[in-house]
Design a protein around this ligand. Structure first.
Ligand code: 5GP
Length: 221
């Protein structure tokens, strides 16, 4: 539970009507996660995206503070030392991490936060935030389809595609650590499933912080 600042966890404002959900999305690249999460963010204004810090250079079209906070290795290590990161991991030779403060602010105001992170980050969030985390793993419908999607992305040589397939396999091997697992064979259906999951999770008793007061009033009126 995210209620113990002394243990480095996130404080939840007790006055918030609903406790925000930490929505952790993982998938191998090519599974369609980016499309799903982008559409979800467009449709649902109660969800905000956690913008990670990274030491990898910006790609064309990526903006500071929108896609990532781009850091030097030294700057990133300072963030770790100052306990500014909720989780961090080394992914393919670069550091990636989740800044703590924006997450605390969003959750305490009853907003859900979406995390597009790898399995290592998901594991750390689960350890730190327990019941506040809802984790979803997205699988491609088949390895042939995954390969087709990875090939479609560009003009890469076969050996690059094979490396991406191997990385995808490594990520997929963690599927069983997640609360929900979706097979993305149809984008609309997958998105609808995600919306059902979020709808149900928001209704969980412990997330409805107004319930004790509401029921007390109900019984005394
Ligand atoms: P990319 O460099 O392609 O944007 O991301 C590479 C990988 O790093 C992806 O699997 C992505 O989910 C993961 N990633 C991005 N941000 C974070 C983060 O804050 N923490 C962790 N643990 N992984 C992240």
């Amino acid at each position: 539970m995210l209620n113990n600042a002394a243990e480095g966890n996130v404080m939840i404002d007790e006055t918030a009507k609903r406790r925000g959900v930490m929505l952790v999305f993982c998938a191998p690249s090519g599974a369609g996660k980016t499309t799903i999460t982008r559409q979800l963010l467009e449709k649902d204004n109660q969800i905000s995206l956690s913008v990670s810090a990274t030491t990898r250079p910006a790609r064309p079209g990526e903006d500071e503070g929108v896609h990532y906070f781009f850091k030097s290795v030294e700057g990133f290590k300072h963030m770790i030392a100052d306990d500014e990161l909720l989780e961090w991991a080394e992914v393919y030779g670069n550091y990636y991490g989740t800044p703590r403060q924006p997450v605390e602010d969003a959750l305490s105001s009853g907003h859900d936060v979406l995390f597009d992170i790898d399995w290592q980050g998901a594991r750390q969030l689960r350890e730190k935030a327990g019941d506040d985390v809802v984790s979803i793993f997205v699988l491609p419908p088949s390895s042939a389809e995954l390969e087709r999607r990875l090939r479609d992305r560009g003009q890469d040589e076969d050996d690059v595609i094979m490396k991406r397939m191997a990385k995808a396999g490594a990520e997929i091997s963690h599927w069983a650590e997640f609360d929900y697992v979706l097979i993305n064979d149809d984008l609309d259906r997958c998105l609808a499933s995600v919306e059902h999951i979020i709808g149900a999770e928001r209704l969980k008793r412990d997330r409805q912080q107004q319930l004790p007061t509401f029921v007390k009033k109900l019984l005394t009126e």
